[in-house]
Design a binder for this molecule. Structure first.
Ligand SMILES: NC(=O)c1ccc[n+]([C@@H]2O[C@H](COP(=O)([O-])OP(=O)(O)OC[C@H]3O[C@@H](n4cnc5c(N)ncnc54)[C@H](OP(=O)(O)O)[C@@H]3O)[C@@H](O)[C@H]2O)c1
Length: 446
């Protein structure tokens, strides 16, 4: 049960409820005793719609209760049950992003968020079932709330959250982009380095504090190659990268997506490269940039990330097994042209321009072998958004500003399904590869 539509403007009824830059709903329904939710009882099973379940409960001062209006369907919502990963407990509640109305606000009077605000919630905290989107009511942290601007519909807002968080952290942490000149955005590396290291989750501490040396950080004029440039995350990534002054090369199936992407004012890249022949794509990237591309973002998986790796590596760069022994390193260094390999231990002090490494960020997988010494691999430390409030708040406030000013637009809604009961059908369409160029959205209440 789905229907196709592309919608980016708020409905008249929604617009009438707006007073300032953000949407609000003043007449709030009574909070019921029970709710409906989708439960996953076993791996490789459809979700089951259950009625009369308890509402999730607020447990901390900074938490709020949100009535879900529209849910963006993500690849993880079908991949996790099909491939048995990211399911910490059964029965499980999924759903990673939504738009909803705040029905119970945080007790802190200085909070940005008030009861009645219509908000975008990127629900990255998949271990906390209270925060999942596949239910009528959900819990969110105040620092993870992006208020919905008046000109953005609830359906469109539901496509934005996960892509924004993934793209902003990939750029700001893994590539070291400083967004301070982009509408007063955050310098995320500065924020995480100012935090007591013990307060950063252990599994992402190295990425946050030592992932990229100061001298390697991406800056205005640098090239960013996005492989899988048709994806929703790429859609937001390209806009943020453009705001930071990066030059964008987008690798896509140009027969399928070329015209749409090259004629879309918000995501048109500096260079569009067809992905059909990966060797040719790598060679085009290398010759067009004079072998100067140092930043890559792959949205597809380890095979395409491996192609991207070749596009970022210096010509003739040895992989670790081929490298000379450490004592011979100076000879190797003096004979290499262009981007020089970094010595085996990466210096934590600012590096000089001559030994900058390239940086490859894999959203859906990274190559495991044949990694040249001059390319560092990164995974996006997505949990920074919900585990470190300073980061979550900085990103959310910046997102509000960018959306209100129209400096970033939301990905396309390429179809909708009705209610929680439509989600299994919608996920089947994602499984079959029928959804591309945007998100399918489940509309719970219009
Ligand atoms: N690590 C993280 O923190 C993180 C965060 C967000 C996303 N991700 C992952 O990053 C990847 C991209 O996410 P996204 O939300 O940007 O993706 P998306 O927009 O939902 O889809 C990206 C593209 O994948 C292709 N596709 C669609 N269905 C498919 C299927 N069943 N099998 C194979 N290909 C299919 C389509 O490309 P074509 O039209 O060209 O075929 C589609 O445009 C996903 O694997 C997602 O799980 C990871």
């Amino acid at each position: 049960m789905f229907k196709w539509r592309r919608k980016s403007v708020a409905s008249k009824a929604e617009a009438q409820e707006c007073s300032t830059d953000y949407q609000r709903r003043n007449a709030l329904p009574r909070i019921p005793e029970t709710q409906s939710a989708l439960l996953l009882h076993a791996i490789r099973q459809p979700y089951e719609l259950r009625l009369n379940l308890p509402l999730p409960s607020i447990q901390q001062d900074h938490e709020l209760l949100v009535k879900v209006l529209a849910v963006g369907l993500n690849p993880i919502d079908w991949k996790a049950p099909d491939y048995n990963f990211g399911i910490p407990i059964l029965p499980y509640v999924s759903g990673r992003e939504y738009v909803g109305t705040v029905v119970q606000a945080p007790s802190d009077p200085s909070s940005r968020v008030r009861q009645g605000d219509v908000v975008i919630v990127p629900s990255t905290d998949y271990r906390d079932l209270r925060k999942a989107a596949f239910q009528e009511y959900s819990i969110a942290s105040a620092s993870n709330i992006i208020r919905l601007p008046t000109h953005v519909s609830a359906d469109s807002g539901a496509t934005f959250g996960v892509a924004f968080v993934a793209a902003a952290l990939a750029l700001g942490i893994c590539m070291g982009v400083n967004f301070e000149d982009a509408e007063g955005g955050p310098d995320l590396l500065k924020i995480v380095k100012a935090i007591n290291a013990d307060h950063l989750p252990e599994d992402i501490r190295q990425e946050c504090l030592g992932g990229i040396p100061e001298g390697d950080r991406a800056k205005r004029g640098d090239y960013l190659v996005v492989w899988g440039g048709s994806s929703t995350c790429a859609f937001v990534m390209k806009q943020l990268a453009r705001l930071a002054g990066l030059k964008i090369i987008s690798v896509v199936n140009s027969g399928k997506h070329g015209l749409r992407i090259s004629s879309h004012i918000s995501i048109r890249p500096d260079l569009l490269v067809d992905s059909h022949n990966p060797d040719r794509a790598v060679s085009i990237i290398k010759s067009a940039t004079g072998d100067a591309a140092r930043f890559g973002f792959d949205t597809q998986g380890k095979d395409t990330a491996a192609h991207l790796l070749r596009a970022l590596a210096s010509p003739g760069t040895a992989t670790p097994t081929e490298l000379p022994l450490a004592e011979d390193y100076s000879d190797f260094k003096s004979s290499s042209a262009g981007k020089l390999p970094t010595p085996p231990s990466t210096p934590s002090e600012p590096s000089v321009a001559t030994n900058q490494r390239s940086h490859l960020i894999g959203l859906a997988g990274l190559p495991k072998k044949d990694i040249p010494e001059d390319v560092a691999l990164h995974s996006v430390p997505i949990k920074l958004f919900h585990e470190v409030a300073e980061v979550g708040e900085a990103l959310s406030v910046w997102a509000e500003k960018l959306l209100v000013k129209g400096l970033v637009v939301t990905p396309d809604v390429v179809g909708t399904v009705e209610g929680l009961e439509g989600i299994n059908d919608g996920l089947n369409r994602l499984r079959k590869g029928e959804i591309s160029g945007g998100r399918l959205v489940a509309v719970l209440e219009s």
